[in-house]
Design a protein around this ligand. Sequence first.
Ligand SMILES: Cc1cc2nc3c(=O)[nH]c(=O)nc-3n(C[C@H](O)[C@H](O)[C@H](O)COP(=O)(O)OP(=O)(O)OC[C@H]3O[C@@H](n4cnc5c(N)ncnc54)[C@H](O)[C@@H]3O)c2cc1C
Length: 490
Amino acid sequence: MIIKTKQDEIQNYLIDASNTKGFCDAVYIPENVFEVAEVIKEANEKKQSVTISGNGTGLTGARVPQGGIVISTEKLNKIIEINTKEYFAIVEPGVLLSELQDAVKSKGLLYPPDPTEPNCFIGGTVATNASGARTFKYGPTRDYVEELEIILPGGDFLNLNRGENFADDLSLSLKTSSGKDIKLTLPDYEMPKTKNASGYFCKRNMDAIDLFIGSEGTLGVITKIKSKLLPMPAEVISCILFFESEKSALNFLTKARDKSYRTRAVNKNDSIDAAALEFFDENSLNFLVNDYSNIPPNAKAAVWFEQQCKENEDILLEQWTDLFLEYGGKEEDAWFALTEKDKENIIGFRHTISTNVNEYITLNNFRKLGTDVAVPDEKLIDFYYAIKKDVEEKKLDYVIYGHLGNSHLHLNMLPKTEEEFTVGKLLYKNICNRAINLGGTFSAEHGVGKNKTEYLVEMYGQENVNKMRMLKKTLDPNYILGVGNIFEKE
Ligand SMILES: Cc1cc2nc3c(=O)[nH]c(=O)nc-3n(C[C@H](O)[C@H](O)[C@H](O)COP(=O)(O)OP(=O)(O)OC[C@H]3O[C@@H](n4cnc5c(N)ncnc54)[C@H](O)[C@@H]3O)c2cc1C
């Protein structure tokens, strides 16, 4: 096991992509699960804080330590098995998402979760229940996790298989591999019906495995993951459509969303059924124009869609084109991906807006002020215009883009001064509260981390957050893991 204690060697572990900064005494890099168990057991005995680190692409400060030690999962990086007959993969947590995606693709299979940043570790994606563009059709990471091996703070192993251990109403019993019984009482708050990555997943009669997915490094170290795979679709249509009016783009998008739902409801495969439905406002396009000079100059917004198909590409393309024209689109303002390389370029276009924003905030040395809110579908359009009006009234630079098919959007404020950052922070709070009050969430995919804990209280109330803390304390009595993530220590 490598142990790093020199400050110049551990700087990379003291930050994440949100530009949140931290400090710690040492970074432990175990090479097998027994070393993980050893380190965490010792830290537990010493009551020393432990922050689990994936690849640091998180956007909430969750892997950024505030003292104690870091356990990095980077050397637990083996793909253990890809099973092409039963469609599953077993991996260690430090496997890169891009590596798993490429490995299964080479065997004709698909691992659907696709957070925009492919440089994250699978362990990180499970710990945050990450999702991405294709979540619109395929759901978040949670939907693919079949089995987990977890090491608890005392060093005990816990193996959970989906479908084997359910709560009895709000009582959940876990048995560790050493035979220890752990009895948990689940809080009974109602989670929003939107896409959601805020706080513990808790509900009556739930599957035990779901508690650990999205628990942001606060309950145990995930050391092995078995994930479900799907057959790779024969063909994928991928297009970016540019509109000369923002309203038309939004109307097109909601129409395509509703058509997709209808197609799925009747289980057809010859009609519009987007896998991904992503939006870019005019400011996002302006932010991208240096990288993509061929963005049509009159474009006021764009929509990227992807649809999987099988020998019916022409029929589907015709339907998409008709819909585009119906909403004022012009054929010359569409980028159709004809080759694999074109498809990758389109994914690159979506990735670039996120990385450009993150680079901007790092360059200006601010913490990220990017919303991760989702609202019920029927509230999306009014919500969009309301928050856009708010940010414009405050005269802040901003971009809005993201997974609007899931009614989930990233409004990123781009402050230029400390004063603007302060104004932006207040506005950020208003936007989160507005989403919560509409029955949505302040975090649809990035999680709560250390930077969004106050909104969890807004969403579920202090009493329920206290119950989450109690639940954590049952699994982590010395309160050493992921301290400050999801909720404050006390
Ligand atoms: C440009 C960009 C785009 C992004 N787009 C998306 C997106 O579309 N969708 C999305 O969901 N996210 C997105 N993210 C956020 C980020 O990529 C995800 O949250 C990702 O899942 C984090 O993985 P990581 O390995 O980097 O984890 P880290 O940032 O290192 O850690 C995240 C959390 O997971 C915990 N953790 C990590 N590994 C383990 C483990 N083995 N056991 C227990 N806990 C663990 C950490 O303690 C921490 O709480 C984006 C980030 C960037 C920079």
